[in-house]
Write a protein that binds this ligand. Sequence first.
Ligand SMILES: [Fe+2]
Length: 249
Amino acid sequence: MTDAVTEELRRALGALDVEAVRRTYWEQNESVWLERWLPGPLVERLVADVERVRPTMHRNYIPKHKKGGSVSYYALIEQAPAIVALYRAPEFREFLSAVTGQTLLLCPDSDPHACALYFYTEPGDHIGFHYDTSYYRSARYTVLVGLVERSSSRLVCQLYKGVPGRPPVEVSLKTDPGTFILFNGDKLWHAITPLGAGEERVSLTMEFVVDPTMSPFKRFVSNMKDSIAYFGFRSVFGGRPAGKPALSR
Ligand SMILES: [Fe+2]
């Protein structure tokens, strides 16, 4: 599985003008997107993983902030070989590092958020505007990949928010299968608009950091947030990989 994913990823990277992607990323205050970039055969493998882990989805609702389902990295490690192979592919990190100008590393296996699936399956599922704030000692970079898109939901982004002397620019992105979005979590203000009736949207999020360590207090806050807002207490505190202490990152 890893070899097939790597091969398809290499082909996609070979067809890409990385320098142009890097330029756009910096022109857009550290965000860039490539519509339907990942090739069909790779997307098919990722979607097969989506269907395999769907029964383990944990749904949650935080009034005025988010409603939807998610599957943590723990479940993906056990049941989603193509997704995990993409997240861990050294070629992928090399590309992301070239674009961001940072040497990017994986988050630890004990981070349920390192690589996760987000399911929007019921009317009104959404997430309000937020930054992908880092709990690590360094900045956090997010990669979002569209996998299932049968919805009117959009990823709405406000570029340049907080940049002095520069008015924000709002863009509305449809995350079609294979669409790739990369951004610095502290720079891009973003939301997912509510799902309509009879619609469905599934996206993959991968997190990369420069320094994968975290202070004990931030680790605790992050675990609590993941438990309440995303994966459930059992997943975050009880379903971690064997041998990993509950609060180890
Ligand atoms: Fe986000």
